[in-house]
Design a protein around this ligand. Sequence first.
Ligand SMILES: CNc1ncnc2c1ncn2[C@@H]1O[C@H](COP(=O)(O)O)[C@@H](O)[C@H]1O
Length: 432
Amino acid sequence: MCVVQSILVGSLTLMAKQQPDVASQHRGSLWAMDMAPQSDLEPLTLEEIRSLPKLELHAHLSGSITQQKLIEMLERRGDGAAFTPFNCKADRSNALAKCFDYFAKVASVITDLDALKESTLHVLDHFAAERCIYLELRTSPKQFKVSSQNGFDGDAKLTSKLQYLETVRDAIQEFHSKALQRFGFIMEVRILLSVDRGKVTSKESALAQIDDILEMQKVHPDLVVGIDVCGNPHANTVKPYLLPALLERSYAFQKLPITFHTAEIPDDEESELIIDSMLKLNIRRLGHVTYLPDKCRRRVLHGIFADGGVGIEICPTSNMITKEIPSLDDHHFMDWWQKSDKILLSVNTDDVGLFSCDLSSEIYDLATAFRLSRQDVISIQRQAIRSAFHPDTARLSKMFDDMLSSPPKLLSNGVCLEVNGHKRQKLNGLGA
Ligand SMILES: CNc1ncnc2c1ncn2[C@@H]1O[C@H](COP(=O)(O)O)[C@@H](O)[C@H]1O
């Protein structure tokens, strides 16, 4: 840096520090502001964030189907069933109960493998249009009734969980066949199979879910890169059934890491048990950690694994709504941000359809609330790469750097016209 530049950066930094409103608002990134180039001092716009390459590590397939898509699919079915769109942010009472009502509604629309494929393609398009370079999509495999139109009586015939996974794989392959032409890059996609705590009723039923997943992973080891533990946090099944069942299969997780929805509601005992089990179960990431007790947080900040950090999956809107806090200013992000080099943060959507959000808007809202700079946002994406379960994170890193150094061409209204020299076609309502 030349003398003039360093004087300029130095005086800008000093000015910012002398103005209490700027300095105090810039809670998240004083360090970054000191180190940042001049342009980094400007607040990031939503379109700048849209144009950055990003990763999504915490997205549930069913919850990521937009409300508009559900309405479209229902209308096409034409059996009179309707769906009234809603905005979670408008009324936050009984938030968690409403979330799980939404998943039930989605399940009433996605009732066969064709609908699953169509909705998966829709979700993949959505994330690619967000310039997401790596999507780690999670879902709990389901079985669908086979209708009589398909040549069966419709009695007890069900599709298999493996068919569910393979339909998702088919959608990914179809998406990939046109991704370069449509988006200018090929979004990498891997699957986490979810254990649903809400469906566990005994240790045996927990083992049944786990064993199904392990079987499917054996068939598709390149596609399924980890396990997610999710579901209604009010289902009190983790301590009595799920953890004992997971511990019984702990050998399997050394090569198949776990991410665990943790402390979505206040439950200190459960949180402690999960943290206690992290090493044994190879729980490499924690989802939400909204109500994680300080004692547990200190242990995680101190470090759990000798060979890497713990991924903390932040989902800003989801966390704000489920915690019923009025704004992101009170989000627990600052409990983690720049507090320890053992923490690998990621910013995610959780459920795009349910929370009416997208990846860029989640990062933008967080960046605005905590005055994060461009470098801060990029640093979080690099942490996400390091916590991804993808087998080749070096490849993701290279892809990220390549896309960072060749930003997409934007029209004056922020619409992305061209990526890496490839023209993009318009997608419904996504402006891409
Ligand atoms: C609000 N935060 C959350 N907390 C806990 N579990 C959640 C969740 N959001 C989604 N899920 C889990 O994901 C399933 C839907 O996707 P799939 O049908 O598996 O693709 C839900 O049924 C729930 O078990």
